[in-house]
Design a protein around this ligand. Structure first.
Ligand code: ASP
Length: 334
């Protein structure tokens, strides 16, 4: 017998529901009506209740307060629904997917995020396929956080936006898609993860502090190192992401290393991640050793979105260095 699953749809904004205005595309409230026939296609499997964020936002303006508000909403609704669909702008969708997955690791209900690169109302929009992929995901035996986009399901941790121009807008550069979907074949090539065991150390739910300041820096040749050093010395952050070269290398700059050692003394975590899409920070090169000896954590395959989310939670909850490393290990990033 087919049981109908109850799904909460949380519409936060984004291009998926935008309309043209004199200033350019802006969020609009009528997505529910526009998409009603598409949702109807799934009505034999899903009953969907809509929740619309006020105000709807372009996701480039998402804040840590938004994230905490959304986590609170998920907590309030957790027992009332079998799954959650978050409609989100694509600009920061991967940041939000990472923070939700890391903050609610043991939520035990599917949380699927999707959006679109072109508005639903526009001919040839990617929105219908993305929505169908997302709605179809609630039929899988899967109860974690994921991104559904262009006929693929991606793990949230490690996800990144890779295109504003082609419909394959998201990826996890170090991990294969969890599954593929098409209207003809349904789900195929499934590689769904085993359920996370709640007793694992980084599995407790945690919240974030909206005032936490995580500073992210990308190394480039030239004066940028002086700028980073001055910033670290003058505006002490709560955590730092350094996007270094290749396997985690950086110039041997004494002032930068001194600033990093100072942060280490104050127990302020610094993650070394690669600026290469499929980069892996490791101890391959002597050049990278100086950073490690200054107390920087080698974050392996961790990407920017995951690093920012991880440090936001680590700083908000005063995680010791070991817990950050455990979390990286648990998500197969190191
Ligand atoms: N600026 C839009 C947003 O993130 C882009 C999109 O949704 O594709 O809200």
């Amino acid at each position: 017998m087919n049981t109908i699953r109850n799904i909460a749809v949380f519409y936060t904004g984004g291009t998926i529901g935008m309309k043209p205005t004199a200033e350019g595309l802006a969020p609009a409230t009528d997505l529910h009506d526009l998409a009603a026939p598409l949702f109807q296609e799934f009505s034999h499997q899903l009953h969907c209740d809509w929740f619309v964020s006020t105000p709807l936002i372009d996701s480039s303006s998402v804040t840590l307060e938004n994230w905490q508000h959304w986590l609170n909403w998920l907590d309030q609704q957790q027992n009332h629904y079998d799954g959650f669909l978050i409609l989100h702008g694509t600009d920061t969708l991967a940041y939000s997917a990472n923070i939700i997955a890391l903050a609610r690791p043991d939520f035990a209900k599917p949380i699927i995020l999707t959006g679109a690169l072109w508005p639903f109302s526009q001919p040839d929009s990617d929105a219908p396929l993305n929505l169908r992929t997302a709605l179809a995901a609630f039929a899988l035996s899967f109860d974690q956080t994921a991104i559904a986009f262009n006929g693929k399901l991606w793990r949230a941790v490690g996800s990144t936006k890779i295109s504003t121009q082609c419909a394959d807008g998201f990826q996890t550069p170090h991990f294969a898609p969890l599954a593929h979907w098409s209207a003809k074949k349904g789900w195929y090539n499934q590689q769904l993860p085993a359920q996370i065991k709640p007793e694992q150390p980084s599995c407790q739910a945690c919240n974030l502090h909206p005032e936490v300041k995580i500073h992210c820096f990308t190394l480039t040749p030239g004066a940028n190192i002086d700028m980073i050093t001055a910033s670290l010395n003058q505006h002490t952050p709560d955590g730092v992401v350094l996007q270094t070269y290749g396997n985690g290398n950086a110039p041997d700059n004494a002032a930068l290393l001194q600033a990093l050692k100072q942060l280490n003394k104050q127990n302020i975590p610094v993650l070394n991640i690669s600026q290469v899409l499929q980069g892996q920070v490791s101890d391959t090169y002597a050049q990278g050793q100086a950073l490690q000896s200054s107390g920087v954590i080698n974050a392996g395959q961790c990407n920017l979105e995951t690093a920012q989310a991880l440090l936001t939670l680590a700083a908000s909850n005063h995680w010791p260095r070991q817990k950050i490393i455990q979390c990286l290990q648990q998500h197969q990033l190191i």
